[in-house]
Design a protein around this ligand. Structure first.
Ligand code: GDG
Length: 483
């Protein structure tokens, strides 16, 4: 296969500078974790932002930042604080993100931020063009870079360009509210292949293309006067083996060698073997339904008081976009909720919620996945949700119950989970009770099916399927093009 140029807002690594010293760590988030293995194992170069603004990089360290990135087959693009503010915190995360997740009341339209979004998209496209060699496949990722495919096409009309959207694509009635809806659709249509996690997102996109741009749409193809664009769904998987292996290794850890977190979790289990741990992991984001989840847990404790002292919600919320006002408000809301509920139900021996507001190293993530009997994943909207898949992959003894929102893209492939509507507290409370009582054989039966499916539809297969479909678009001959 040809070389791939991956391009996403952020690189899969985070570069920080402390006292003239550079530190490189992996970045957290669905796209980075998912694509990392494809990048590591194949012939590809990754273009993206390093996480540092131009103002934060002293001139003498710039070559070193570039070198560190190059060592990881990455090309770092640097932006000013003003650009990041308008493009990332601004248009991407105050307009596109809330709207595409159906949070219309959080959506702001600001023409200045849109201008910055366009100019930053152009900068990314320029770096791709500088590094492009004939025959390369270009794979553009996500909602921050919606205009990049056409910007590349303008300079390289014959390039093979794929675009994948990691978040939902909203229905036409919602999308049509965007003041720059035509530019956005035209930007995406610069690609030869456009991918979404689910068929519904694909359908919504095609409906917007046909109703707003009036292009001819037949089945899953959009016909332009000179090109045909394929649109398809590619549900993203996880690096299954990595999670399974890490969980197996975790089980072999001998007494005295455990991490502090593992020790505390084991201690909890030994003290009361019948008590259950419920896991919740997300970036702190209003789309993830964290506040709802806590309220539903409170409702559960009220409805089933017999579980008081015998159940605990272990909640990891990873700091995210903390300079966007809605995220600050949400953080405050969650802090208050946790404090109120812990204050209301705690006994001298027990608190109902263990709340961590931080990012944890991978090993601790595995500690959490393997120690918790139930995973409670209740997004209001979520493009896919990889945490649900990772939880199942780490259950190497096949016990454990996943409670999953039907609003997550992952729901379509994970019907053996207990499926809930995130706004229905009664249903969530009952699902928690059902999970606690579920016989071991039933857990094993459900998880066996899920594991088999997730192992087969791994992230490697996802990337392979996408790239194969992109390669195939090279074969679409002019004779088949629109009249
Ligand atoms: C977007 C879409 C879509 C989380 N906390 C820690 C940590 N993580 C890792 C998890 C997982 C990833 O971050 C989160 O992925 P999600 O898919 O759940 O969510 P988003 O970040 O919102 O991702 C989403 C995804 O893109 C892919 O297309 O599924 O719908 O919103 O891999 O393991 N990793 C470490 N420490 C943590 O504290 N090391």
């Amino acid at each position: 296969m040809n070389r791939t140029i991956i391009i996403s807002n952020r690189l899969p690594l985070q570069i920080t500078i402390d006292d003239q010293k550079l530190d490189v760590t992996p970045s957290v988030g669905g796209l980075a974790t998912g694509l990392k293995s494809f990048h590591r194992d194949g012939d590809s170069v990754w273009i993206g932002w390093s996480g540092l603004t131009k103002e934060e990089i002293p001139d003498n360290l710039l070559p070193e930042v570039e070198k560190k990135a190059r060592e990881e087959a990455c090309i770092a693009v640097n932006f000013t604080a003003e650009e990041i503010d308008g493009f990332y915190y601004g248009f991407s995360n105050r307009s596109i993100w809330p709207l595409f997740h159906y949070f219309m009341e959080f959506t702001e339209w600001d023409a200045d931020k849109w201008e910055i979004y366009k100019s930053v998209n152009q900068k990314y496209a320029d770096v791709v063009i500088e590094n492009y060699r004939e025959g390369d496949n270009i794979w553009v990722h996500d909602y921050q870079l919606l205009l990049v495919p056409q910007m590349i096409r303008d300079k390289e009309p014959n390039a093979s360009i794929g675009f994948f959207n990691h978040i939902p694509f909203p229905s036409y009635e919602v999308f049509r509210t965007v003041p720059w809806r035509e530019e956005i659709l035209k930007g995406m249509l610069g690609a030869n292949l456009i991918g979404f996690h689910t068929f519904d997102y694909e359908r919504h996109f095609l409906s917007s293309v046909s109703r707003i741009l009036r292009h001819q749409v037949q089945f899953n193809e959009v016909s332009l006067p000179d090109r045909i664009i394929k649109v398809d769904s590619f549900p993203m998987g996880i690096d299954y083996d990595k999670f399974e292996q890490a969980a197996l290794k975790h089980r072999e850890v001998t007494a005295g060698k455990e991490s502090e977190l593992q020790r505390r979790l084991n201690h909890h289990r030994q003290k009361s073997p019948d008590s259950k741990l419920i896991l919740s992991i997300d970036r702190l984001d209003y789309t993830k339904g964290i506040a709802n989840r806590i309220r539903a847990f409170e409702y559960f404790l009220e409805k089933y008081p017999e579980y008081i002292e015998n159940i605990r919600l272990v909640m990891l919320a990873v700091p995210s976009r903390s300079n966007v006002p809605q995220y600050q408000l949400l953080k405050r809301e969650i802090d208050e909720l946790v404090g109120r509920i812990n204050g209301k139900f705690a006994t001298v021996n027990w608190i109902p919620i263990w709340y961590f507001y931080r990012s944890m190293p991978f090993e601790n993530l595995i500690d959490l996945y393997t120690s918790c009997n139930i995973a409670l994943i209740t997004p209001i909207r979520d493009g896919m949700n990889l945490v649900a898949k990772e939880y199942i992959a780490t259950r190497t003894d096949q016990t454990g119950v996943l409670i999953l929102s039907e609003m997550a893209g992952a729901f379509h492939e994970m019907n053996e989970a207990l499926i809930i509507n995130p706004n229905d507290f009664e249903q969530i409370a009952n699902a928690i009770q059902q999970a606690i009582k579920m016989p071991k054989e039933e857990q094993v039966r459900r998880n066996t099916i899920l594991q088999k499916r997730l192992k087969r539809y791994s992230v490697e297969k996802w990337a392979d399927d996408f790239m194969t479909a992109l390669e195939r678009t090279r074969e679409i001959k002019p004779a088949f093009k629109a009249k």
